[in-house]
Ligand binder design. Structure first.
Ligand SMILES: Cc1cc2nc3c(=O)[nH]c(=O)nc-3n(C[C@H](O)[C@H](O)[C@H](O)COP(=O)(O)O)c2cc1C
Length: 286
């Protein structure tokens, strides 16, 4: 039995096994299958990329921790409508190097323009009180020198936005979901970011001759941002593209209710279920 916290045992296991698989197989270890329910009640299943736990980064310390799995997608893709109609989803994740399966069930929350995360998500994320100096205690100059130097540009923008919202003088301020969405937008490759400006996913492709007339950029770089982490390109076309792409950019947060984990080789199968804010792990027959 584990008391409710932001680092339950299934999360520690998932992170450790993912790290081991990425070491062996590379970034494709982060591909998983996400199933939703279509409006006609049939299942829909597709491969997506795991983008980490909300507020956390595998590269550096952000000062936050959560038990919410993060996935990014286009607002215009059918899965966003499916989740709005029925947020119950299941993930199936086979980790090939260690030969194990995670089946993760829960409720999906979509966050984007016109889509707000539910208040209940705030109880799934909190400040980490170890491993880094707290934003509240640290002086601004200290950020600029020691701590800030260790962060990537994406995280700097994230912290800037947090500071701009004066979170550093409000110790109990909730997590800034908009800053998190922005950080995820920065974290995409320039090629993937460009696809958010393209015609809607799943719509028929234009015939070749007409396609030439359709302006389709292959890469979308963020070269400049203002003090709040927003895009402030001098180039108005570039800024418009970044804003248009960002409008279509949605972050999905999975509030996990059950994890069914199986090792293929040892046949050990464990089900983690959340009951009354407490995670229970039960070993079951494979
Ligand atoms: C390796 C791989 C990774 C993918 N990653 C994502 C992803 O992270 N997010 C996403 O929305 N679609 C991703 N896709 C595309 C989806 O599988 C899917 O085709 C698309 O999102 C449309 O799904 P929908 O029509 O069910 O909304 C990926 C596809 C592949 C092959």
């Amino acid at each position: 039995m584990t008391k409710n916290n932001l680092s339950p045992s299934w999360k520690k296991l998932l992170k450790a096994q993912l790290t081991a698989n990425i070491k062996e197989q590379g970034p494709s270890a982060a591909y998983l299958s996400l199933s939703t329910v279509r409006p006609d009640n049939n299942p829909a299943n597709r491969v997506v990329v795991f983008r980490g736990f909300a507020g956390e980064s595998y590269k550096e310390e952000t000062g936050w921790e959560s038990d919410l799995l993060t996935i990014t997608c286009d607002k215009r893709s059918p899965k966003v409508q499916e989740i709005a109609a029925n947020p119950n989803v299941e993930i199936c994740w086979f980790m090939g190097s260690t030969k194990e399966q995670f089946r993760i069930r829960g409720r999906m929350h979509a966050f984007g323009d016109g889509l707000n995360p539910s208040e209940s998500l705030n109880s799934h994320i909190g400040r980490k009180h170890h491993g880094m100096p707290s934003l509240d205690e640290e002086k601004e100059e200290d950020h600029e020198t020691d701590f800030s130097d260790r962060l990537s540009q994406a995280s700097k923008s994230f912290l800037k936005r947090i500071r701009s919202l004066k979170h550093h003088i409000k110790p109990n301020a909730p997590f800034d979901w908009q800053a998190e969405r922005l950080r995820q937008w920065y974290g995409l490759t320039d090629q993937l970011r460009a696809t958010f400006t393209w015609p809607a996913p799943g719509t028929p492709k234009e015939p070749v001759e007409e396609e030439e007339a359709t302006f389709r950029i292959e890469t979308l770089t963020i070269e400049e941002s203002d003090d709040n982490g927003w895009f402030s390109h001098q180039d108005a076309d570039k800024r418009a593209l970044l804003e248009r792409g960002y409008e279509n950019f949605v972050v999905l947060f999975l509030e996990v209710t059950e994890v069914d984990h199986s090792y293929l080789e040892t046949s050990v199968r464990t089900i983690y279920r959340k009951e009354d804010d407490t995670w229970n792990a039960v070993e079951v027959n494979p």
